[in-house]
Structures are given as C-alpha cells and as structure tokens.
Write a protein that binds this ligand. Structure first.
Ligand SMILES: [Zn+2]
Ligand SMILES: [Zn+2]
Length: 129
C-alpha cells in the first residue's frame, strides 16, 4: 500500500474511438491550431478515486488562456461516446494549477497522490478498438 495520506487518483483507463478524433479537433475555436496528432487517445481518469459514476479524461488542450480543454467521459467497460469542452478548474495549490475541469468531483489534482506521476507516460492502456 502507498505510504501516503493523500487520496489516490482513480487511474481507470479507456481509449478514445477514432471517430471522436475529428470531433475533438473541431472543438478547437481557432482553425489550424489543433490537429489529430494533438488528440490524446490513451485516456486515464485523473479524478480522485470514485464510485460507479463516469470517468473523465483530458483529450485536447484548447488554444488560449481560458478556453478550457476537451474532455471525454465513460462508464466502466465502455469507450467514450462523445467529447465536450469544459472550462479549467480555477484552483491553484502551492503554485501548481489543478489539471481538472471546473466543478470536478473529489480533490484537486495537486491534492491527489498519483502513482504514475513520477513515471513517464510510456505505459499503454488501450482497451478495445
Ligand atoms: Zn474515474
Ligand atoms: Zn480542481
């Protein structure tokens, strides 16, 4: 078990279907600023560990300081059916901005213990096709 009192991140993984890649790019308000290569398809829920409600994962950062980001949500055993733009969480802790969206559940990202945070993102997590 981790030797920390911090809450754990959920860490559940999913995979963004290919059909949602152009949908995510189309949400970028500045044409040409985002491409399919920028879309994160290896999804990982970074909310605080939670119950049966939907997982949420970052998909694409949008250009501009307050434009938010594209997020996908899914239930266990499924892949996301849609993507949507959510504003950024305004919380900052110790100079570190929260990486979640505004109004997210659980603790802010800087309050959570993420066992993968000090590793590379080399671990693939694709589920299904
Ligand atoms: Zn989750
Ligand atoms: Zn937050």
């Amino acid at each position: 078990m981790p030797d920390t009192d911090q809450p754990q991140v959920c860490g559940r993984r999913s995979f963004l279907p290919a059909a949602l890649v152009p949908a995510a790019v189309a949400l970028e308000p500045h044409p040409g600023r985002a491409s399919a290569a920028d879309v994160e398809r290896d999804l990982r829920c970074t909310l605080q560990a939670h119950g049966d409600d939907d997982h949420q994962a970052f998909v694409l950062d949008l250009d501009g300081p307050d434009t938010g980001a594209v997020w996908a949500s899914w239930c266990d055993g499924t892949v996301p059916a849609q993507v949507r733009v959510l504003p950024p969480c305004p919380a900052v802790g110790g100079g570190e901005p929260c990486m979640e969206y505004a109004g997210h559940r659980g603790g802010h990202s800087f309050e959570l213990h993420d066992p993968l945070a000090d590793r590379s993102r080399a671990i693939g997590g694709a589920y299904g096709t």
